[in-house]
Design a protein. Sequence first.
Length: 94
Amino acid sequence: METTLVVLTDLAAAAPKSLPEVIAGIQGWIMGILAAIATMFFVIGGLRYMAAGGDPAMVEQAKGNFKSAAFGYALAVLAPVLLQILAGIVGGPQ
């Protein structure tokens, strides 16, 4: 019971986060989610390519997955830049 009260007291005493802290948190989440999804597309593309067995349609699907993975990795890398632009638009520090 005491542990629960201590945790709740700590949560109640926490100060509200500033805009840069919120944006930094969002940036971390976005980069992680995009990298995870891109990795998933990369793995699926690799599995499709291995299972294609020379079928041109399956090879094209695999190439599409690789392109999607590359796009996802590019978005993950550009997420900080996009969020900094967003912070500039809403008036946060750059």
